[in-house]
Structure formats: C-alpha cells, structure tokens
Write a protein that binds this ligand. Sequence first.
Ligand SMILES: N[C@@H](CCC(=O)N[C@@H](CS)C(=O)NCC(=O)O)C(=O)O
Length: 233
Amino acid sequence: MPLTLIKFPPAFGLPDPSPFCIKAEILLKMSGLPYSIELTGNPGKGPKGKLPALRDGGLLVGDSEFIRKHLEIVHRIDFDKGLGPLQRARAHAFARMLEERTYWCGVHCRWIEDSAWPVMSATLFGGLPPVVRRIVPAIARYTVRRRLRAHGLGRHTREEIMALGVSDFAAVSAELGDRAFFMGQSPSAADATVYALLAAFAVPPFDNPVRASILATPNLVAYMDRMQARYFA
Ligand SMILES: N[C@@H](CCC(=O)N[C@@H](CS)C(=O)NCC(=O)O)C(=O)O
C-alpha cells in the first residue's frame, strides 16, 4: 500500500513552511520507501488537527515523531543504524530542544515580528476572498500570540527570545563540529530535524538576529547546503 504524506504547499522558497513537514519528508526520503504527497492548506486533515500526517493504507498517523516511529516499527527502518546509546540520547535531546523550544522562537520570528507579518500574511492568507482576508489573518495571529504565551516563550522580550534562539543554534554548531552530518559521516534521524529548523530560520523573508547568527556560522551554512543538495536538489 503506497504511503501518502499530507503536508502544506511549498512556501518562502522552502519545500514546506512547516519544519515538521520538512522533517517528515526527509525521513521518508531517508527511508527509501515509495511515497506520494498530498498538499493541503488545512491542518484539520491531520488526525490531531496539525500537519504533517502520513496515510498508510487505512491508517492516518499524525505528528512527525509518530510518523518516524511508524516507519521504524511497521516498515522496519532504522534511521539511527550504527549509532550507540549515547549518540542516540544526544540526538534525541537536540531534536527535542529544536522542536519544543527553538521552533517557538521561529513562530515568534514569523508571526509576531512586524517586519515578517506582511509576507507571512500574504503567503498564508493571500488566496482568501477579500472580505475574509481582512478578518482571518488577524484572528490567526491573535491565536498564535496566545499559544506563544501559553508555551511561555511569548512572555519574554524580543531580545530575550532572539538570545534563546541564537544560543540553541550555537549549541547545534558546537555539536556538529566538522562532521558531515549531525551524528557522524552519514545521515541519521536527527538530521531531518536539524536541517528543517535551520532551513526554516535561514530563508530570506525573515530577517532577525537568529537568522543572522546562522548565516554567520560556516559549519551550519555548509551543513544546510549539504542537506539541501542531498534531499531537495
Ligand atoms: N509535534 C508536531 C507539531 C506539528 C505542528 O506544530 N504543525 C503545525 C505547523 S508547523 C500545524 O499544523 N499547525 C496548525 C494549527 O496549529 O492549527 C509534529 O512533530 O508533527
């Protein structure tokens, strides 16, 4: 039964505006399994109201991490083949940092920064009919602001949020060192997350201190080029 990745359409020069959808797509590419893509602007198509989701026969798996688990358990893909327990633990910790903390810094950069909002709004909501377009973006931005406050990151000042993002990618750079991929000389699951988050911050429409720090870090820039050439050439 073919696999179908349900994801958002490409945006901002990225294969997907969502780093979680980029992560899921890289995992599928790493797996070597055949898959097709279904594009939607409606996260309600995922079983948990978010994207990505993976359809496998009659099963709909929501959340990039459960998609990974599904590929590992049902399709017997070992993304971390060759990694020892300590490397697996480090990869796990970095991925959780990027997905559960750094991601929210990216949400601030895209949704809250006034300089980013026009391009964000036009990209996500530009296709709506004129009357709706005047209301829906404002409601969506308000909802995201509330989520950021609920997470906790939205309670910090802009300077504090940027400093947290910069420190996360400094840690990524230190861990990566001069390795070709995050955990060694060949790709593993962590690369799907690390690349997805780096790419989400590095795209041109969103200019902020976190993006500047990434672009000023040679091993991160070389790593992004390497990953892009390998998975999205
Ligand atoms: N933990 C989830 C996060 C997925 C997620 O946050 N997706 C966002 C896009 S980046 C989404 O679909 N948001 C729609 C919404 O919240 O309404 C995963 O790893 O897949």
